[in-house]
Ligand binder design. Structure first.
Ligand code: 5GP
Length: 191
């Protein structure tokens, strides 16, 4: 998606060898017009798939997922990263190693909100090594629900999870795919 690539080039910051910081428009402050265009792009891509639920992971997936769910007029469901006192024990869970925090979380959704009759569109901000998306896919398959596809804002193509998921026949639609990020020159090359 041209606009997202332009935002990445204009405002994104390359940290180290493999982290892109996009706090000014996606991860802390959120550009509403861009968010709307991104959600529309995913809607157009998946509108004929019979999506009944959008699934994401807290925290940064929630804003994206909300706008996408609004386009589809279906509920947004987000997996929680830590068990809170008011959560039931009636949970689907999966272990996810966090790329940015370097720790393992058990993600969970209440079984009441994910059913075998659901067709799920997974949405997340980044795809790196695929841990978050695969954890969400585990929740979907635990519920015997169907997967419509995966919508990602920024895929770091050099980390290969997107290619692996596509090779498994999963419909992954990334709005920007970065194939190279040069830590020295800060240059970003899109696929
Ligand atoms: P994965 O699970 O695919 O390895 O990593 C994806 C998750 O880690 C995303 O939910 C995102 O929050 C975070 N993440 C991975 N790479 C980056 C990055 O380069 N920048 C930011 N801001 N978050 C990232």
């Amino acid at each position: 998606m041209k606009e997202l690539e332009e935002y990445i080039l204009k405002y994104g910051k390359v940290l180290g060898t493999d982290i892109l910081k996009v706090d000014s428009f996606l991860n802390q402050q959120i550009d509403i017009d861009l968010l709307d265009k991104m959600a529309t792009a995913w809607y157009e891509a998946f509108k004929n798939q019979g999506v009944t639920k959008v699934l994401t992971i807290e925290a940064s997936g929630i804003a994206l997922g909300t706008m996408v769910a609004y386009k589809f007029q279906v509920p947004l469901l987000f997996a929680k990263k830590s068990k809170t006192i008011n959560m039931s024990d009636n949970l689907y869970t999966a272990k996810v190693f966090s790329f940015t925090h370097h720790d393992t979380n058990t993600i969970a959704v209440d079984k009441n909100y994910l059913k075998a009759s659901d067709k799920v569109l997974i949405i997340d901000d980044f795809l790196a090594n695929g841990q978050a998306v695969m954890g969400l896919m585990t929740l979907v398959s635990s519920a015997n629900a169907k997967l419509a596809g995966v919508g990602i804002a920024i895929e770091k193509g050099f980390q290969k999870a997107g290619d692996l998921l596509r090779a498994r026949g999963i419909n992954v639609m990334s709005l920007a795919i970065i194939d190279q990020m040069n830590p020295a020159t800060k240059e970003i090359v899109f696929r």
